[in-house]
Structures are given as C-alpha cells and as structure tokens.
Design a protein around this ligand. Structure first.
Ligand SMILES: *Cc1c(COP(=O)(O)O)cnc(C)c1O
Length: 386
C-alpha cells in the first residue's frame, strides 16, 4: 500500500501540511484590503529571499509565464540577444525570445557542463549590439548549477542586461539579486518555495525598467507596467491564484523560520548526500563535478538497467517518484529532486528504495551501500566536516 506519493522530481515539490492548511482558507476579495495585506506580505518576503530591493511582481502563471513576461517586456522584435544555455530550459528561454522576434545568438555548452564566463565574455564582445543576455541559474534538465555571480558580473562589465531563469534555484540556493546586480530574475512557486504551481515571481531592476520604456514586443496580460501600477495599491491587474498565494505566504514563513542560511545549507547537504549515495551504488552522475545542482541530481543508468521499468518499480512499489531525463536525455537518465520540503530522511528513503529496486531487477544486492554513503555524508556535514 502506498499512502502518499513521495515526489522526488524537481517540481512540483511536496507540500508541508502547514501550507496545505493555509490554502484551505476561504477566498478573499482580491481587490480588498485583506488580500492586499497578504499580497504585500508575500512580495516583501519574496524580496528578502531574492535579496533585492528591486520591484518584484507576482504573476499568476507557471515559471515559463514569468520568463515570457520578461522577454515580452524588455525585448523588441529584431533585437539581438545572447542566449547562454546549457540544457533544455536554456533552449526554452531562447525559444521564447525567438517567438517574440529576437535575433538570438546562442552560446551552447555541452550537456552536463556549465556556461563558461570567459566564453560568455567573448560572445558579448563579438556581438556589441546584443543588449540582453539570457542565462540559466540552475539548469534542471542537466542538473547543473551555474556560477551565477561570475556570469552576472560578465554581463554587467559588458554593460548588458541580464535576464535570468532562476526558477529552480531561488529559495534553495542563494541568488543575491542586488549584490550580483541582476537586472531581471524569475522564479516560480512549485520549486523550493514549497507551494503548488501557479505563481511566478519576477524581479526588475532600474535598467530593465528603462529598457521596458522602449521595448515594443506585444504584451497585455504580462505587461509589467500594469502590474506595477496596481501593486502600488496592493493589488494585481487580473484575478490572482489566491489559494496559491496563501500557500506561498506560508512557505516563505517556513523558510524564514528555518533561516535562509540553514535552508541553503540543507539543500547543499541533500545534494551531497544524494550524490554520495548514487555514486556508491555505481551510478555515474551526469553533471560535471564542481557544478552539480543543489536542487536536483541526474544519473546515468547502470549497464543493463531498463530505466522505464526502474522508475515504474520505484513509483508503484515504493511510492517514490523520480524524474525522467529531458530533451535528448529523455529515457537515458533519471533525476532525483531534493528541493523544498525535503529532509535527510527523505533522501535516505530514495536511496533505500533504489537499492531494493536494483535487487529486485537482479542488478545489485540491496546491501545498504547507498544509504550508508548518504548517511555518512550527512553525519560528516553535521559535525562540520563535509
Ligand atoms: C521548472 C522550471 C521552469 C519553469 O517551468 P514551468 O513548468 O513553466 O513552471 C523554468 N526553468 C527551469 C530551470 C525550471 O526548472
């Protein structure tokens, strides 16, 4: 009997009971003072998580909607933009820019590798007319965490505008929007924020607003100015996903009760433990060492492992849901999400289930190697040694 699906995919993530309860509250008039207070609280809290005093808009959409809003509000048809991508989400952002008529210059990294700051600097100097640079903080498809501080600095030094997909990192990994002088940064509720899908966050710096003045791409629902104007009276131009906003409010409270430094440390630990456990079981990790994501870990199958059957067994027998590969790695790797309301015991449960599945598939004995490696990692880290 599976009592509850254990979501170990990189979003949506498991909901803490406090969040579920918060979302059961009755609807409020979304133009009234009571909801206005909720909205202000969420926006102020989200700004603390992004570490920014820039404008922050809350949009009712998935993360891709937040990214589309960013493109539509700073890019004009015919503009040159540089898209530095290292996986499927980088491709998606470049595709959005193309759909809005931009001439996209792509800097592509090999899958599993990060975006290289020196390569980016070179592309920017080769393309002086490219005003906006599209970047991915955490490339969920390849499980790569980019060095966003270095990349943002390159963009800044070249006097361009950074537009960053940080959907699967913010609230799990520090982004420091103001310190890194990031112009536009996007995240979404169903990742580390511990809330359901439905809300995207966009931070917008002054230089991005200046660009917005002249940007001519068509926009209406996602027109940032309409959102900013209504936010002054603590409202939104369209009916927001009220229940999801309640959930995000409670999620942010929980993040701040734990303390953001501890939240970041927990995610680093969960990543390290997952990497250690999978490696001990003989899996090859997909992302390059030194650039492995803190929110999702990807591994290649052991020789002879039928990935589809393996994932089905994990889901049906153990209730553990891990992600498929994406894009060209679909059916060729699996991804374990460890972001949001996840603790060390949850990672151990995944590894224990993987061991059981491998034994059942006659590939390896379930001798506790993976569990042991993950536990040791957590213990060493708790003693300050990891
Ligand atoms: C999840 C995710 C998105 C957004 O996906 P939606 O399904 O539109 O919410 C964008 N970029 C990255 C890196 C992601 O992980």
């Amino acid at each position: 009997m599976i009592f509850q699906q254990q979501l170990r995919i990189p979003g949506p993530t498991p909901l803490p009971e406090r969040v579920t309860r918060a979302m059961a509250r009755p609807m409020l008039d979304h133009r009234g003072p009571e909801f206005g207070e909720v909205l202000r609280d969420v926006i102020d809290g989200a700004k603390r998580v992004f570490e920014t005093s820039n404008d922050l808009l809350l949009l009712t959409s998935s993360g891709s909607g937040g990214l589309e809003s960013a493109v539509a509000n700073v890019i004009s048809p015919g503009d040159q933009v540089v898209a530095a991508g290292c996986g499927m989400f980088g491709d998606r952002l470049a595709g959005i820019a193309e759909a809005f008529g931009a001439e996209v210059i792509r800097l592509l990294s090999e899958w599993g590798q990060p975006t290289d700051p020196d390569d980016l600097a070179k592309v920017l100097s080769d393309h002086p007319r490219a005003g906006v640079v599209l970047l991915t903080h955490n490339e969920t498809s390849t499980c790569v965490g980019n060095d966003i501080a270095s990349l943002a600095r390159v963009v800044r030094d070249a006097d361009r505008i950074s537009l960053i997909d940080a959907v699967s990192s913010v609230s799990s990994v520090p982004i420091e929007v103001d310190k890194n002088q990031i112009d536009v940064c996007v995240s979404a509720s169903q990742k580390g924020w511990m809330a359901p899908p439905g809300v995207a966050f966009v931070t917008i710096g002054e230089r991005a607003w200046a660009l917005n003045e002249s940007a001519r791409a068509p926009r209406y629902y996602f027109d940032w100015k309409r959102h900013r104007d209504l936010l002054r009276s603590s409202s939104t131009p369209w009916t927001p996903a009220i229940s999801v906003v309640y959930g995000v409010q409670e999620g942010i409270r929980m993040l701040e009760e734990e303390g953001l430094p501890q939240v970041y440390r927990r995610h680093a630990d969960l990543a390290g433990a997952t990497q250690a456990g999978l490696s001990a079981l003989g899996f090859e990790l997909f992302a390059a060492e030194g650039y492995r994501s803190h929110t999702v870990t990807g591994a290649l199958p052991l020789p002879g492992l039928d990935l589809a059957a393996f994932r089905t067994l994990l889901r049906q027998r153990y209730g553990v849901v891990v992600g498929n590969g994406q894009g060209k790695m679909e059916g060729r790797m699996f991804r374990v999400g460890h972001l949001g309301a996840i603790s060390a015991g949850d990672v151990v449960q995944v590894l224990w289930s993987i061991e059981q599945a491998l034994e059942e598939m006659d590939l390896a004995p379930a001798d506790g190697r993976g569990v042991q490696a993950a536990s040791s990692f957590i213990n060493r880290s708790a003693r300050g040694g990891a």
